[in-house]
Ligand binder design. Structure first.
Ligand code: IPE
Ligand code: IPE
Ligand code: MG
Length: 253
């Protein structure tokens, strides 16, 4: 029996975000270079995207490359960009077949032209799909995103399009690159690191966090099911007390 059979599909997270970490260590354990790990990481991406789509998850955000990752050795950065171009090119037909719509968040101007072109084509070619929304965080960091939002808010105030007194949490949300997506209910990080590494700092305010020692190239659907089951066992209180949550649940019955 698969762990999948234990998942309650009536209380699935709408949005799952994943920090895909541990490719380099996975390769090192095998005596290979880091790019070998990234190459195998792509197989995990494929499996998890398929698994999320099969379950009926609406949004999946994958942290693939951070703004800080530009500071890695040049050879690794170039290899990662080539892998990105190659993967996107190959995956578009599969995304279309599975009705998956691709989105990208991040400082895309930093990417090489070939990667930008492939991404824009893939976004256009999948734009009519109505299934899973796959959001790739590329050259992304939360502080970059918040900085950009502040600049745009300041500009709109300066131009008289926005009143300072009208700025609410909703306004801020509207200026983030994730404005069209709900906040994640579940965030998974692989490879046994217990940090957020500049990922969705604003959006993760009330997200359930799940950490696993599994390295990303070993992460498969069953690991995703484990994370979802763990999420489903939690009580999300949003600052209230447990009794209030239970009472609200029973009045909804
Ligand atoms: C995650 O794996 C992929 C990227 C950040 C691009 P890492 O490359 O960070 O692998 P480790 O953490 O060094 O093992
Ligand atoms: C976070 O992983 C970024 C991605 C998974 C894309 P890192 O490996 O870059 O994070 P740190 O440096 O260990 O925090
Ligand atoms: Mg890492």
């Amino acid at each position: 029996m698969s762990l999948k059979d234990n998942i309650d599909i009536s209380i699935l997270p709408n949005h799952i975000a994943i920090i895909m970490d541990g490719n380099g260590r996975w390769a090192k354990d095998k005596g290979e270079d880091r790019l070998y790990g990234h190459l195998h990481g792509v197989e995990s991406v494929r499996d998890i995207v398929e698994g999320a789509a099969e379950l009926g998850i609406k949004y999946l955000t994958l942290y693939a490359f951070s703004t800080e990752n530009w500071d890695r050795p040049q050879q690794e950065v170039i290899g990662l960009m080539e892998l990105l171009v190659d993967t996107i090119h190959k995956e578009v037909p599969i995304l279309n077949k599975n009705k998956i719509k691709l989105h990208v968040i991040g400082d895309i101007d930093m990417l090489p032209d070939a990667a930008k072109d492939e991404l824009n084509d893939a976004i256009n070619e999948t734009s009519n799909n109505k299934g899973l929304n796959l959001i790739m965080a590329l050259s992304y960091s939360s502080r970059w995103e918040i900085g950009l939002a502040v600049k745009h808010i300041a500009k709109d105030v300066q131009q008289g399009k926005l009143m300072i007194s009208d700025i609410t949490q909703n306004t801020i949300q509207h200026y983030l690159t994730t404005k069209n997506f709900p906040d994640p209910e579940l965030m998974i990080r692989t490879s046994g690191e217990y940090r957020i590494s500049n990922f969705l700092l604003y959006q993760l305010a009330y997200t359930e966090l799940y950490f696993t020692n599994t390295l990303w190239p070993d992460f498969r659907k069953e690991n995703l099911y484990s994370a979802i089951l763990d999420y489903q066992s939690r009580e999300r209180r949003f600052g209230k007390i447990g009794e209030q949550i239970k009472k609200a649940d029973s009045t909804n019955l």
